[in-house]
Design a protein around this ligand. Structure first.
Ligand code: FES
Length: 218
């Protein structure tokens, strides 16, 4: 019996094996992005987007740890960044994250009617996720498409000119769609940071293709 066991003091334990999830393509993207900054630590924001994609649309503690390890930062430094910006998901979202803009123009044109319709039809409140994991409902600040209000962001697309009368048609079509997920949003944002010549994965090849309004319906 060791002296530490006799005294009740637990000796330092080795860290558990880390299971990094960044693919080779993701690492290549991160290394490319890191060259855009004077020091790699400054690539924290885009690397968190890579992590959000690689970890299925949200940042788990291991995801934050992987970003920290790959950039030479501490866990708390990366966690501080990830918790500061609301666009990073710190918990799992539905397969489709419905973010309804409720800022002035959209609010005047019925954003809260849409929110209340969705709450009633989906059986959830703002911030909630349906029991089947399909939808999470949130409010969003101005999405910068005020001229096409009311606007809702779903993953990597904006849907415009929504009303309480047409929004459920969109919801029905989203149920059958594999697109517009939190992971695809993360991928779209990563692609904006990576020059066209070095893109490694799928997704849009042109920044101008991203985040454009798709109209009221799919
Ligand atoms: S107020 Fe809704 S997009 Fe600007």
């Amino acid at each position: 019996m060791s002296s530490s066991e006799i005294s009740g003091v637990r000796e330092p334990q080795p860290d558990p094996l880390k299971e990094y999830r960044f693919s080779e393509d993701a690492i290549a993207e991160m290394e490319e992005i890191a060259t855009h900054y004077p020091e790699r630590k400054a690539a924290c924001l885009p690397t968190l987007w890579i992590a959000q994609r690689e970890y299925g649309g949200y940042l788990t503690p291991p995801a934050i740890q992987e970003v920290a390890d790959r950039l030479g930062l501490s866990f708390s430094e990366v966690e501080g960044v990830a918790t500061f910006y609301t666009m990073y998901n710190l918990r799992k979202r539905g397969r489709h994250h419905l973010e309804v803009c409720t800022c002035l123009t959209c609010a005047v044109l019925g954003a809260y009617d849409i929110v209340h319709k969705l709450e009633h039809e989906l059986g959830i409140h703002l911030g909630g996720t349906t029991s089947d994991g399909e939808f999470t409902l949130s409010e969003a600040e101005c999405l910068d498409f005020c001229g096409a209000a009311t606007v809702m962001q779903v993953g990597d697309k904006y849907f415009t000119q929504l009303t309480e009368n047409n929004v459920m048609e969109l919801i029905d079509q989203l149920r059958g769609s594999p697109d517009y997920t939190p992971a695809k949003l993360a991928d779209a944002i990563v692609k904006i940071h990576v020059p066209l010549s070095s893109q490694t994965g799928g997704g849009s090849s042109k920044p101008e293709d991203l985040l454009l309004p798709a109209g009221p319906m799919l």
